[in-house]
Design a protein around this ligand. Structure first.
Ligand SMILES: Cc1ncc(COP(=O)(O)O)c(C=O)c1O
Length: 375
């Protein structure tokens, strides 16, 4: 008995394991290797001595909910009701899973844009709903014509990911205008907007789906403190959605996790008093630029990177083997781990592209680049 027969171990686990076995520099999985902000470590250490170790309210630690509302106000000038429009989740992963489980019914169609992050399909299948893959354009912009053609009375949800993993692409105001006019024809469709990299954008400013007047009543936005504050292992994220959707999602959330790890919520809440999210974009922009400059000497061709902490490169001028084999060889022969982009496509389309994570110390990036420039 297996409810997900076609889904195997994620490529992130496979590549990280191979990287460990071969002592390779791991630029595959999306997590930082640098120290967490000392202030956050001090907060969690000191808070451990307080009485913060029991269940918190199901929706989240009330001061954290209020501070997220304040953060959203400051970042996007949108006013939220902390008790009814925000839900703290065990990372964005649980936020996505719970949203789909709460809202998708048997035979609903859920649009997933290809290529995409790998967390969306499994919950859709577990609901006995149908994932409908719609390919992005070659430059990774949404193909709105194809998306419109895929929409029907059966469509329950469209999942967007902005900034986009793996391609680093971000949606523009004009993308949102097209999406809004398209969705006017389909009043039942909900937008699930995965924005875990909302604070990691560079030249262009991020537009959050829930700040769009025409979407806010039908949009569930998911974010991740793990990504924003370099603590991916803490697994704390949150949803922003209108009350009618959040209350449906809470019905599932209460039986999946009930309430998220208390001490992590408390520490993040305290940290939000003085951390400045505006510093996150420039911090990663410097890393992106540095990593790109190091790779200029290599035979890899750099793709654009507008947001996230991922750099996609083409190895077409180096090898014609498929991207999974190339990544394996990159680990075993050259000691650097990356993620093959084909694994983000439903049909495993191989475009000779691989993804590096540059959320790393400069010394790690330098050591990896030295090896990559020798290929
Ligand atoms: C696009 C995207 N969504 C969701 C997640 C998961 O976030 P979390 O660790 O908060 O569950 C990731 C992690 O890499 C991601 O890249």
């Amino acid at each position: 008995m297996n409810k997900l027969p076609h889904i195997g171990t994620s490529i992130f686990t496979v590549m990280s394991k191979l990287a460990t076995e071969h002592n390779a520099i791991n630029l595959s999985q999306g997590f930082p290797d640098f120290e967490v902000d000392e202030r956050l470590i001090d907060i969690i250490s000191n808070r451990a001595k307080d009485n913060v170790h029991q269940y918190l309210p199901m929706s989240g630690y009330p001061p954290l909910l209020s501070k997220i509302a304040k953060l959203v106000k400051k970042s996007y000038e949108r006013t939220l009701q902390p008790e009814t429009e925000i839900l703290i989740t065990a990372g964005a992963t649980q936020g996505i899973f719970t949203t789909i489980l709460a809202l998708a019914e048997i035979d609903d169609e859920i649009l997933i844009l290809d290529p995409s992050y790998d967390s969306y399909e499994a919950p859709v299948l577990l609901c006995h709903a149908h994932p409908v893959r719609v390919a992005l354009n070659d430059d990774y912009t949404p193909n709105w014509e194809r998306i419109e053609k895929a929409c029907s009375s059966k469509t329950k949800m469209i999942i967007i990911n902005n900034p986009h993993n793996p391609t680093g692409k971000i949606l523009t105001a004009s993308d949102f205008e097209i999406l809004e006019s398209l969705l006017q024809k389909f009043p039942e469709i909900i937008v699930l907007s995965d924005e875990v990299y909302e604070y990691i954008t560079f030249e262009q400013k991020h537009i959050s789906a829930h700040t769009r007047e025409k979407l806010l009543n039908r949009c569930v936005m998911v974010s991740s403190f793990g990504k924003s504050f370099h603590v991916t292992g803490w697994k704390v994220g949150y949803l922003v959605a209108p009350e009618h959707l959040i209350s449906a999602i809470k019905k599932v959330h209460q039986f999946l996790v009930f309430s998220v790890t208390s001490i992590c919520q408390v520490a993040i809440s305290d940290y939000l008093d003085f951390v400045s999210v505006e510093e996150i974009g420039p911090f990663y922009q410097e890393k992106r630029d540095y990593f790109r400059s190091l790779l200029q000497e290599s035979r890899f061709q750099l793709m654009p990177c507008e947001g996230t902490y991922f750099q996609v490169v083409s190895y077409a001028s180096i090898s014609d083997e498929n991207d999974v084999d190339f990544c394996k060889r990159l680990i075993t022969e050259y000691g650097v781990a990356a993620i093959p982009i084909s694994t983000f496509y439903a049909n495993k389309k191989d475009l000779k592209l691989i993804r590096f994570c540059f959320a790393k110390n400069n010394a790690t990036l330098e050591a990896a680049a030295k090896r990559l420039c020798n290929i």
